[in-house]
Design a protein around this ligand. Sequence first.
Ligand SMILES: Nc1ncnc2c1ncn2[C@@H]1O[C@H](COP(=O)(O)OP(=O)(O)OP(=O)(O)O)[C@@H](O)[C@H]1O
Length: 349
Amino acid sequence: MIEIKGLTKVYDSEEGEVVALKDINLEIDRDDIFGIIGPSGAGKSTFIRCLNLLEEPTEGRMIIDGEDLTELNTGQLRQARKKIGMIFQNFNLLQSRTVADNVAFPLELADINKSEIDKKVTELLELVGLADKANNYPAQLSGGQQQRVGIARALANDPKLLLCDEATSSLDPETTDAILDLIKDINQQLGITVVLITHEMEVIKKICNKVAVLESGSIVEQGETMQIFINPEHKTTKRFVENIVNADIPEEFYQRSSVLEADADRLIKVSFIGESVGQPIISKVIKEFGVDANILYGNIDKIQEVHFGILLIELTGNDFQVKQTIDYLQQQDLQIEVIENEHSVKTVS
Ligand SMILES: Nc1ncnc2c1ncn2[C@@H]1O[C@H](COP(=O)(O)OP(=O)(O)OP(=O)(O)O)[C@@H](O)[C@H]1O
């Protein structure tokens, strides 16, 4: 488990101090694939460089499995760094070395003997699907293959933590998917914690179970990926999510409702997750509580293997029927938002 407490990084520059990170607090569990997303200049690279111990935080603590990295001396830091692997947007391979020799490089630096290195390199190249490219040079490989070499190299010292710095940003969508699948397998099969930084919400949607949104050096929102996608609160998060999933209801559909002026009748937004997608709840409430339920808008999407959906429903009936219906829906595994007149304006703005 990684605990980041009050992490702050201030750079001194010619124009004065630049606060790149401000009081970052995060907990990352062992089995997480934790995504940090943010616009350009938000502080993502600074964050990952602090985590990789390449940059010394100005303030704050970084605790990995109980060990406070900010208290280590140079020798201890060197050891700690071996337990952190990193992959890069531009792969950072040594062009004059073969694929096998690139993967062997960190093992050579760690003074491992030749036969052990050969064994490890063979295993790693098999793991990333490049056993037949051991003697090729990076320039002879595609971008996706080069990133696989980068991944094999990052795993050479059996790290506990894999950091991914925009690792798929220079790859085409199909190759991106294959690399993300490989990162997910590594997380699940080798039990390696993954922290990735990206400016693409699509990457978060595909593999991260948790996400933090960084803006101007601060975390403006964080949580389970599914919750953040269904219910983004901060405007920056909303902007990222909007382009990827249809978790929001277009304003015109709210305007189609006439119930906001009426007393008992209600306009509700229902969010479904997982198993509850596909349950016949609407026909059930009509039959059971005698309300009329008019669906104004509906959509189903998928995040990783989990489906989720939203409905905008007009409920019409008497006070008691409408209240009972909302109570019933709230008891199911659904998120219900009753849209008030002014709230609807807020929700869609
Ligand atoms: N060495 C440095 N000296 C001074 N300022 C720096 C330094 N490194 C980064 N910064 C500043 O810190 C802020 C955060 O930069 P950082 O590179 O971490 O953002 P980022 O989210 O990774 O951006 P991008 O997505 O464009 O790479 C920026 O204002 C940047 O100009």
